[in-house]
Design a protein around this ligand. Structure first.
Ligand code: XIL
Length: 362
């Protein structure tokens, strides 16, 4: 009997290749989305450019099951002039999500920041009237929510409408100045009208501040009693290794889950710095080194918050990280331009950090 070794070398190589090809595919590595499958979708905020980079795409697809457009669906970027929409960047993210079977969150239909100037002026640069502004808001939501209707499971309809000041209820934004609180209810009504299937979320930061949490609670409660279609509260989750504490976080989730609405963690990152509310210049004393001590604090913080999130899995219906890895975070430039931060679960080479293990080992 002839042995295979008597085959001409080329046939031998082909035989080996054939055998190798028949081996079962290597199991893909488990990612965040798999560890948390029984809990909530795990999402990430992306730019359209990040989807051009193959290493980034690989990381996204192996780890996450939901996407948010970091900027592309905001009022200014998507609707820069009254008669101009810039759809391509958002369309690209939507198409990517559809192609890969990822869920999509929409962010955001009404915000004072990154809103286009044209929206607030009328005639000879006079302040827009309330009627005109509400009509523009409806047109905007009709166009944007309408275009992606049925493709988005949750929209951040109104972003950051509550004041941080203890003696002030609503933020004194241009929306509030022109319309009073009415713009909030209207935005939710328009969103329901143009994308009836999406969960409609009120989204804000510093929600663990008990005074702010209480204002959000009261606003959502009274609006829902009046029939305003608010389905949930988004906690942005721009937190730090210095807080919130477990106690603060649990009290916040207890209070808000008492509303009987969905809770979503919409923009999670854990900064290595103390939180500061306003922009400032970089100082000589700003040392942007990710020390082992800060690393350990971050591991402990991620461990704690995900333990709490799991405890509240009946209320929490999604968790989204704000950016993909420490290679780039919006916190590299906020609140201090050029001060590097390290707030995510993947390092600057896209490798899982120790904090990642703390999140998935439970
Ligand atoms: C940030 C983006 O990450 C930055 O790229 C942009 O320059 C400013 O906005 N709260 C929000 C998000 O709701 O939309 C913000 O995103 C971060 C704070």
């Amino acid at each position: 009997m002839k042995s295979t070794l008597n085959l001409p070398p080329i046939l031998l190589i082909l035989a080996i290749l054939g055998l190798w090809h028949c081996q079962p595919e290597k199991q893909p590595e488990k990612g965040l989305k798999d560890y948390y499958q029984a809990y909530f979708p795990m999402g990430v905020a992306v730019s359209p450019y990040s989807l051009d980079d193959s290493a980034t795409v690989k990381l996204i697809l192996s780890q996450f099951s939901s996407l948010t457009a970091e900027n592309a669906m905001k009022m200014g970027p998507i609707h820069p002039h009254q008669d101009t929409f810039r759809w391509e960047p958002a369309d690209k993210i939507v198409a990517f999500a559809e192609q890969h079977g990822l869920k999509l969150r929409g962010h955001t239909l009404c915000w004072h920041s990154q809103a286009p100037d044209w929206m607030f002026v009328e005639g000879d640069s006079q302040r827009v009237s309330k009627d005109t502004l509400l009509a523009r808001l409806e047109n905007h939501i009709a166009a944007v929510a309408g275009r992606y209707s049925g493709k988005i499971y949750a929209w951040d309809v109104v972003n950051e409408a509550i004041s941080d000041a203890p003696d002030e209820f609503y933020r004194n934004s241009i929306w509030y100045e022109v319309c009073g609180e009415e713009y909030i209810a209207k935005a939710f009504e328009y969103a329901r009208k143009y994308d009836p299937a999406a969960k409609l979320i009120y989204n804000d930061y510093n929600v663990f501040d008990s005074a702010k949490c209480e204002k959000i609670y009261q606003m959502v409660k009274s609006m829902r009693e009046k029939g305003v279609p608010i389905d949930g509260v988004g906690l942005q989750g721009h937190w730090s290794v210095y807080g919130p504490s477990e106690d603060q976080l649990r009290r916040t989730l207890d209070r808000l889950s008492g509303l009987g609405v969905e809770l979503q963690i919409t923009e999670l990152d854990i900064s290595i710095y103390q939180k500061e509310g306003t922009r400032r210049e970089k100082r000589d004393t700003d040392i942007d080194v990710f020390t082992p001590e800060l690393g350990q604090r971050q591991i402990d913080t991620y461990d704690m918050i995900f333990r709490v999130f799991r405890d509240y899995k009946d209320a929490i219906t999604s968790v989204t990280f704000w950016n993909i890895s420490d290679k780039h975070s919006w916190l590299d430039n906020f609140p201090v331009r050029g001060r590097k931060d390290y707030p995510l679960l993947f390092d600057q080479d896209h490798q899982p950090k120790k904090a990642y293990n703390a999140v998935v080992n439970f």
